[in-house]
Design a protein around this ligand. Structure first.
Ligand SMILES: Cc1cc2nc3c(=O)[nH]c(=O)nc-3n(C[C@H](O)[C@H](O)[C@H](O)COP(=O)(O)OP(=O)(O)OC[C@H]3O[C@@H](n4cnc5c(N)ncnc54)[C@H](O)[C@@H]3O)c2cc1C
Ligand SMILES: *[C@@H]1O[C@H](CO)[C@@H](O)[C@H](O)[C@H]1NC(C)=O
Ligand SMILES: *[C@@H]1O[C@H](CO)[C@@H](O)[C@H](O)[C@H]1NC(C)=O
Ligand SMILES: *[C@@H]1O[C@H](CO)[C@@H](O)[C@H](O)[C@H]1NC(C)=O
Ligand SMILES: *[C@@H]1O[C@H](CO)[C@@H](O)[C@H](O)[C@H]1NC(C)=O
Length: 532
């Protein structure tokens, strides 16, 4: 219903809108001039910009940015460059060599970088926390990597209902800044996850059963368009773009500020409870009951992870309560299952995300790869058995650790997705809770990449076939966990995909964010076609 109103609204304003955002005779040089950048004064651009190669284009782009912004631009082998390439979560992203790294500190510098990219044809990528795992997702091979790290403000509006958060923050810096005020936002569960990618793909928080996902709790976005304009985008201002940014990823602009609704900072209670194989069916039963009970008590958050370590199968339930209560009703069943260890304790939100960070170390080759199905106990048990039956296939891979993780997209989460005009994810609350399952796997050597990818792919082929034949398959793919072989936008459904493409055309008629920023999930297809 709401979607229909967005569609009709869009066609009503489309001509006017497109002209205002980027007229047909848009001139990049003049747009730069409006930002105070006179391209005739830039030595690298003095000889003109015709018929350049990509390499030359990027050399020109980086020299121009360095001329304009000095030490905010760094190139190969410098300390600034190495601190960028050396600080991603996955090794695959660390291996990427951009032509230069640009660290803007204000929104107009981001506009300038996008326009310089257009002028020179040099590609770019933007990075917030750098937690996307695959090559080129937030660093541009041979191009401009825009590191948003220095745009790290966290400020409150007068009545403290909205926190303005720069995309250079991670969730630890956001929660730490707000804690003295007794406040928090709907954000990530581990400290180093970036604000930037997390919100644009969805964002599952400890508070999501109470308030919804992170993308459903944004008062407004400040966005740099392909034409270098800086727009404030909310439910009232550019509502179609607001809808698109709630799940559409990096396809519509670079977000230079996230204005997030605040919530009271919680004193929490939780930790990991570890179980042996004999308890797995009971663990899955308890996990399902907690998902269904989200309608009764929204303070609980959980995921369960299963893995094989030194020949032993283990299950971990991360059980989090957003109040300082050690034994709430909703987790009683879990606590009655015998555990070999339990790290639960009272923690502030800041302490919680620091603790969870230690469970997810950086510095490995990594893949995250999700699918989704309708919540179903028999299927959950079957998929787990199938996982353990297939794990021996990668036993010889050096340093390998495959894990399967189960989470629930609960009814209250789904209902909150309809707030503020809805989001782009295409999830239907009327079908009941969704089982979000993903494989997370790390390993050591590049020479094993294909073996690992083929293993995960063959596992999911089997699971998807069974899900389809038993009627539980859900085409939704969570962008924030998706592998480079997947197409999350297609998983949002045909009508949402078509609408996202239409909105992208309105706000970015030359498709700059599709073509000059090719990394991560575009509107048309997976980043990489798998050859398994
Ligand atoms: C250890 C770990 C824990 C996690 N925990 C959770 C969790 O609790 N809940 C959950 O939902 N997900 C979780 N995730 C997944 C996480 O949400 C994604 O990895 C997400 O993409 C991370 O955002 P980032 O800013 O750090 O990533 P980046 O790699 O910096 O960005 C990801 C993509 O978003 C784009 N982007 C970033 N900033 C902007 C911007 N300002 N404007 C436009 N585009 C931008 C980038 O260009 C890139 O394409 C976790 C991941 C890891 C590795
Ligand atoms: C853009 O404007 C500048 C001067 O303002 C002009 O020299 C240039 O030719 C224009 N570019 C295009 C593509 O029209
Ligand atoms: C960076 O330094 C290494 C080692 O000193 C050198 O081999 C390499 O050529 C340098 N790369 C560039 C682009 O300067
Ligand atoms: C949490 O609850 C426990 C038990 O009731 C109490 O001892 C402790 O002081 C509480 N912690 C905080 C920070 O409120
Ligand atoms: C949760 O679910 C179980 C099983 O359906 C039920 O027995 C229990 O009372 C529920 N309520 C709460 C608050 O957890």
């Amino acid at each position: 219903m709401r979607l229909a109103s967005i569609v009709s609204g869009l066609s009503a304003i489309s001509g006017v809108l497109a002209t205002a955002i980027e007229p047909e005779d848009f001139n990049v040089t003049n747009a730069l001039q409006n930002l105070g950048v006179d391209v005739t004064k830039i030595p690298a651009l003095a000889s003109g910009i015709q018929s350049r190669s990509i390499e030359l284009g990027c050399s020109t782009a980086c020299s121009s940015l360095a001329f304009l912004f000095g030490s905010k631009v760094s190139t190969h082998n410098s300390t600034g460059y190495n601190s960028f390439t050396g600080s991603f979560w996955s090794v695959q992203q660390e291996e990427v060599q951009p032509h230069c790294v640009f660290r803007p500190s204000v929104n107009t510098e981001v506009s300038t970088a996008v326009l310089i990219s257009r002028l020179t044809g040099c590609q770019f990528a933007a990075r917030s926390g750098g937690h996307a795992a695959f090559t080129g997702a937030s660093s541009s091979p041979g191009g401009i990597s825009i590191w948003l790290k220095d745009m790290n403000e966290v400020t409150l509006n007068e009545d403290k209902s909205v926190a303005s958060v720069g995309p250079g923050n991670n969730w630890l810096s956001v929660y730490s800044a707000l804690e003295p005020y007794g406040l928090a936002t709907i954000g990530g569960r581990a400290s180093s996850i970036g604000v930037g990618g997390f919100i644009l793909g969805g964002g599952i928080s400890y508070h999501s059963n109470l308030y919804g996902w992170a993308c459903d709790n944004v008062e407004s976005f400040e966005v740099v368009t392909a034409s270098g304009l800086i727009l404030t985008v909310s439910e009232k201002l550019y509502p179609e773009l607001y809808w698109a940014l709630r799940g559409g990823g990096n396809n519509f602009g670079l977000v230079t500020k996230y204005n997030l609704f605040t919530i009271p900072a919680p004193q929490m209670y939780g930790g990991a409870r570890i179980f042996q194989e004999t308890e797995f069916p009971d663990v899955i039963n308890a996990w399902i009951n907690v998902i269904n009970n989200a309608t009764v008590d929204g303070h609980a958050q959980q995921y369960v992870a299963f893995l094989q370590s030194s020949g032993m199968k283990l299950g971990t339930a991360e059980l989090t309560y957003t109040k300082n209560e050690s034994d709430p009703e909703i987790f009683k069943q879990f606590r009655s299952i015998p555990a070999i260890s339990d790290t639960s304790s009272s923690k502030s939100l800041v302490e919680y995300v620091k603790y969870l960070e230690t469970e997810n170390p950086s510095g490995h080759r990594e893949v995250y790869w999700p699918i989704s199905v309708q919540l179903n106990e028999e299927f959950s048990n079957w998929a787990l058995d199938t996982f353990f039956a297939m794990v021996p296939q990668v036993a010889d891979v050096a340093g390998v650790q495959p894990v399967i993780i189960y989470q629930g997209i609960t009814e209250p989460m789904l209902k909150n997705m309809a707030n503020h005009g809805g989001n782009a994810l295409g999830l239907d609350a009327s079908k009941g809770p969704v089982h979000l399952m993903h494989i997370a796997c790390w390993w050591s050597d590049e020479s094993d990449d294909d073996v690992v990818y083929a293993f995960v792919n063959s596992f999911w082929e089997k699971v998807i076939a069974h899900a389809k034949s038993t009627g539980v398959f859900n085409e939704y793919i969570y962008m924030n966990y998706a592998s480079m072989f997947q197409d999350p936008i297609a998983g949002y459904g045909n009508s949402n995909k078509a609408l996202l493409k239409k909105i992208a055309k309105e706000f970015d008629p030359k498709q700059v964010y599709q073509n000059l920023q090719p990394g991560y999930f575009k509107l048309d297809g997976a980043p990489v076609t798998g050859d398994f």
